[in-house]
Design a protein around this ligand. Structure first.
Ligand code: ASP
Length: 341
């Protein structure tokens, strides 16, 4: 392996926890203790530096302010390193990966998020393999250029495009899925890269965006959802956009009260982004009568975007202060490979 320089950023999560031998309780340890559990890491030919968050967090406490800290850290060290590995809890890893994919503009270096289902101090841990291979992928180059110049999640032998993933299992080692986009690499005896699926780096100058706007809500439809719930959410003061989680290929009920509330909202310039509750497949507004009216009402199709990517894409676009029509235009396009359009 060429002598790449990798920065490991440790934010917390199960990977960094050790079990108290007496009580069995899990508690986080600092990075020094974490690497003590993986002596293999010293055998890497690449140079590895690390930064630990203080305090380290369970990723359920993730918030945009932490994404901003991560983006700034990467910006500060961008020139000094060839790649970045972020150790992160798995619970909100897909959100962080999606957010960073938008916030890190013109990225030409790997940013690989990983973590584990079992703490690194446990004998059966998945953390060691995840961590070691994530470093190897972050350091990988071809013709002097990063092999994977994008924000990814590496988990259980698979490398995924970060903004295509979701956590699908709370117990299996294979915790993540990317239903609408192929894996970028698979780690077996060798790491096999799926080169045609990997984003090509641009030569444009890297910069970060830090003004994420969280004036958004998610409204998940279910049979029996009341008028009051829909109305209350769409009437929240200051709300700028809603991710509407619909059924199947983007379908919603056709009750008059529901249509009226949605039409009234879009007329008030509230942005409604239609994302399917299914994890695989895409919204196709107009395929059924139950979705054709959404198109007419000015609801924007999210195609095959994940809810995690839809939320963070909206935060990014709204934070840019674009006009409603410009936000809608960008919502229909793929900005970072988050949709197949
Ligand atoms: N609750 C933990 C976290 O997301 C779970 C994990 O790391 O897998 O931080």
């Amino acid at each position: 392996m060429p002598s790449s320089k990798i920065l490991v950023i440790y934010t917390g999560g199960t990977i960094g926890m050790v079990e108290d031998p007496e009580t069995g309780a899990l508690s986080p340890v600092d990075f020094e203790h974490l690497t003590d559990q993986i002596p293999e890491i010293r055998k890497f030919k690449c140079h590895i530096d690390s930064i630990s968050y203080d305090p380290i967090i369970d990723s359920s406490n993730m918030e945009p302010a932490v994404w901003v800290r991560l983006a700034k850290l990467i910006e500060e060290r961008y020139e000094a390193y060839d790649g970045f590995v972020i150790l992160h809890g798995s619970d909100t890893m897909a959100y962080t990966a999606s957010a960073l994919s938008f916030m890190l503009e013109n990225l030409s270096k790997p940013v690989i998020l990983t973590g584990s289902q079992l703490p690194i101090g446990m004998i059966r841990t998945d953390g060691k393999e995840n961590f070691i291979t994530a470093i190897e992928i972050a350091a990988a180059k071809k013709d002097g250029r990063a092999m994977v110049p994008e924000v990814c999640i590496y988990f259980e032998y698979q490398l995924y495009r970060g903004n295509r993933t979701h956590k699908h299992n709370a117990e299996h080692f294979e915790a993540f899925h990317s239903d609408n986009y192929p894996v970028l690499a698979e780690a077996g005896v060798r790491i096999k890269y799926n080169e045609p699926a990997i984003h090509k780096a641009t030569d444009q100058e890297f910069r970060i965006f830090t003004g994420m706007d969280n004036d958004i809500a998610v409204l998940t439809l279910f049979p029996g959802i009341s008028r009051q719930v829909v109305f209350s959410i769409l009437s929240i003061e200051g709300l700028k956009a809603v991710v509407l989680e619909t059924y199947g290929s983007g379908n919603a009920m056709t009750a008059d009260w529901f249509k009226e509330i949605i039409r009234d909202a879009t007329e008030r310039d509230l942005i409604i982004y239609n994302v399917t509750q299914c994890r695989g497949g895409a919204v196709m507004q107009g395929k059924y009568e139950t979705s054709a009216w959404l198109e007419d009402a000015g609801v924007i199709s999210g195609h095959d975007i994940t809810t995690e990517a839809a939320i963070t894409k909206l935060m990014y676009l709204l934070g840019n202060g674009y006009s409603t029509s410009r936000v809608k235009k960008y919502l229909s396009k793929s900005l970072r490979g988050e949709m197949s359009v």
